[in-house]
Design a protein around this ligand. Structure first.
Ligand code: FAD
Length: 399
């Protein structure tokens, strides 16, 4: 028996990556099933979506629905918030330096979920509000059993079911995982001074303390610190917490009012041994987990979806062929492995008290501060791999 495209594409997981994948695939393919219980609004994080992800969301008609709820980030600033002997210079990156209208936009996760869920309802995709319970490989298909009793014989499965992905395990893909001795405290707050659409990242001995603009005089905060310090912060009253936040950022935004209770997110890392196997394609946190530095996680997940769409031929009868699996692996590996390694190295360099490491980090930031072509390169590469290399060529072509 050969599988044909009468078998559905099953997208397992309805986090942001799963919802975006299902909506995008539904525009190119018939018979797409989104399988998962859409999260309630309890996630109090915000996400900074960067311009390359936004351009993809524009292409699939989602950005117009998201933009009214999102706040632009025009500048990004790195400040040394340590008490170390070797201190790094302040570096500011302006989106206008690389001809971008903004680096990206910041949005509440709960709002993003509800906008995407609404778009899913209006799409051709069939949503099954249940969890995948079991998978097993059958000839030329992947059988999926859901918690509501429904069963599907999937031509392919998109594993957007997060870091503990059952679909990844069913495909026989193992993953290397590790823990950081760090927890991210997330909260949002109002302040008396304007943020001028600037995101500020203080580098501290325990991790980054990152403020990202929201609409009006509001910002969100990701405060990466030790688990013990995080536990202490979570015990404080909102007023006491506001004082700590204001103190940490040296009253940069004036008086702070924390009006949304904080949440703690323990940090960990994950890299799988491959990104597709046995009719299962990994996307989002089933394929990569790393600390929240430089807003890379969901942006990388959106890129998984974009590359998946590029890789799956719309007229192919079997989307799970060995050739398609191998193409997806080849296209995703360098980007995911490089991002995971870079974020891990940057995070560890903040935590290291080793003087030479501090000197290299400080020297690197000084170079970025004074040498604008390098700054442009880093900004472009930070947004999308390869675009830093392409940009000077495009500029040269114009001359
Ligand atoms: C503090 C913090 C701040 C961050 N800030 C940013 C940022 O500013 N920018 C950025 O790009 N990234 C950011 N990230 C990373 C980003 O949050 C993640 O990359 C993103 O949420 C991953 O989405 P996902 O859909 O892959 O996974 P998830 O959100 O984990 O979704 C997976 C979904 O699958 C469901 N599921 C699990 N098992 C099954 C099953 N068997 N069947 C069906 N469904 C299943 C789960 O219930 C869940 O709803 C941040 C991360 C943290 C921790």
């Amino acid at each position: 028996m050969t599988s044909t495209r009468t078998d559905p594409i099953v997208v397992a997981g309805t986090g942001h990556v799963g919802l975006i994948a299902a909506i995008a695939l539904g525009q190119s393919f018939d018979n797409v099933i989104s399988l998962g219980v859409v999260p309630d609004g309890s996630d109090r994080r915000t996400t900074a979506l960067m311009m390359p992800a936004i351009r993809f969301l524009q292409r699939i008609g989602l950005w117009d629905k998201i933009e009214p709820h999102a706040a632009p980030i025009h500048s990004m600033r790195i400040l040394d918030g340590t008490n170390r002997l070797v201190r790094s210079p302040a570096v500011t990156f302006e989106a206008s330096e690389i001809d971008e209208p903004a680096f990206g936009y910041n949005i509440y996760n709960a709002t993003l979920t509800s906008v995407l869920n609404e778009a899913l309802k209006q799409s051709s995709v069939r949503h099954v509000a249940a969890s995948a319970m079991r998978y097993h490989s059958v000839e030329a298909a992947m059988a999926v059993e859901a918690s509501d009793g429904s069963m599907f014989s999937a031509n392919i499965v998109i594993a957007a079911d997060g870091r503990s992905s059952l679909a990844r395990e069913a495909a026989g893909i193992s993953a290397r995982t590790w823990q950081y001795n760090q927890t991210a405290i997330v909260l949002s707050f109002s302040h008396t001074r304007e943020h001028h659409d600037i995101s500020t990242e203080f580098h501290t001995e325990y991790g980054p303390f990152t403020i990202v603009p929201l609409a009006g005089k509001r910002s969100s905060l990701v405060w990466v610190t030790t688990p013990a310090h995080a536990a202490e912060l979570l015990e404080l009253s909102l007023e006491q917490l506001a004082n700590r936040v204001e103190e940490r950022m040296q009253s940069m935004l004036g008086a702070v009012t924390v009006d949304v209770a904080p949440q703690g997110w323990p940090l960990s890392g994950l890299v799988p041994t491959s990104f597709a196997r046995n009719r299962v394609f990994l996307a989002g946190e089933s394929a990569h987990v790393f600390p929240p530095i430089g807003a890379q996680g969901l942006n990388l997940g959106v890129r998984d979806v974009e590359i998946l769409l590029e890789t799956l031929p719309a007229d192919e009868t079997d989307l799970g062929s060995a050739q398609i699996i191998s193409t997806y692996n080849r296209k995703r590996s360098p980007d995911i492995i490089a991002r995971t390694g870079a974020v891990d190295a940057l995070n560890r360099s903040l935590l290291s008290d080793f003087l030479p490491v501090q000197m290299v980090r400080s020297g690197g930031l000084e170079l970025l501060r004074v040498f604008s072509p390098l700054r442009s390169f880093v900004m472009r590469e930070g947004l999308r791999p390869g675009s830093g290399f392409r940009w000077p060529r495009r500029e040269a072509d114009r001359v």
